[in-house]
Write a protein that binds this ligand. Structure first.
Ligand code: ADE
Length: 239
């Protein structure tokens, strides 16, 4: 069970996006929980303001420290231990599958979504434990990156996926991409399903799939292939 808490100015975006399909089912079955906390609900400003101009000048508005801190407190008070606070920002480390695995072991995860030109540095220093980006491009806010990470983490939580296999054999497992797959019919637009897959010989099928994974990774992701190759030959050497 992982409890996801999202601090955001757009709670409906997060809740709608994460309550459909597999994650919706996982919430219903209580494998995970997802709550969106509206930062605006915590502002002490009587007009509901959460942003202001930046000291020193410059374009755009900044989210102020007070509402962010109080929204965080409202969650932190309810979580058992000191929960990790992930600030989604292009200035963070790039998210990857290993990080998703680490996060899936936590009981509570708090995602902080920024908007406008960012968040007052002082509150970040006070509460953030992890600065994480989803890639080297800039989005308008942190909600989509938070949703991407929550999806990737949630599917690793035991019980969320039906078939326990699928988390183990997929792309990035062992630094390799997944092999090609085929379903019915046997012939489609003159293209046949590879003969070996119809043979019923499981050992041969496994061998073929591994070879396909290796070749696909070499062609499409030479960077990953290099990593796999180094690790593979090191293992052979030490055996
Ligand atoms: N906020 C804006 N762009 C982002 C990105 N690429 N990753 C994480 N958070 C972001």
């Amino acid at each position: 069970m992982v409890n996801f808490h999202v601090l955001t100015l757009f709670p409906e975006m997060v809740m709608q996006g994460l309550h459909t399909s597999i994650l919706g089912r996982a919430v219903e079955r209580q494998h995970i929980s997802i709550e969106a906390v509206n930062i605006r609900d915590y502002t002490t400003d009587k007009h509901g303001k959460v942003d202001d101009y930046t000291y020193g000048g410059g374009a755009g508005m900044l989210m102020q420290a007070q509402p962010v801190y109080d929204a965080w407190l409202s969650v932190a008070e309810r979580t058992a231990s000191k929960a990790r606070v992930i600030y989604v920002t292009p200035q963070g480390q790039t998210f990857h599958q290993e990080m998703a695995k680490e996060f899936a072991k936590e009981e509570d995860l708090i995602f902080l979504c920024g908007h406008y030109e960012g968040i007052d540095e002082r509150v970040l220093e006070e509460i953030v434990t992890d600065y994480v980006s989803i890639g080297d491009y800039v989005l308008t806010g942190g909600e989509l990156p938070a949703m991407v990470m929550i999806d990737a983490v949630a599917r690793l939580v035991p019980g969320v996926l039906h078939n326990d296999e699928s988390a183990a054999t997929e792309s990035f497992h062992n630094d390799l991409l997944e092999y090609p797959q085929y379903s019915r019919p046997e012939v489609w637009r003159d293209k046949r399903v590879p003969e070996i897959l119809l043979s019923g010989n499981h050992a041969k099928v496994d061998e073929w799939r591994l070879a396909q994974s290796i070749e696909r990774t070499r062609q499409r992701r030479p960077d990953l292939y290099e990593k796999w190759e180094t690790r593979h030959f090191q293992q052979e050497f030490t055996q």
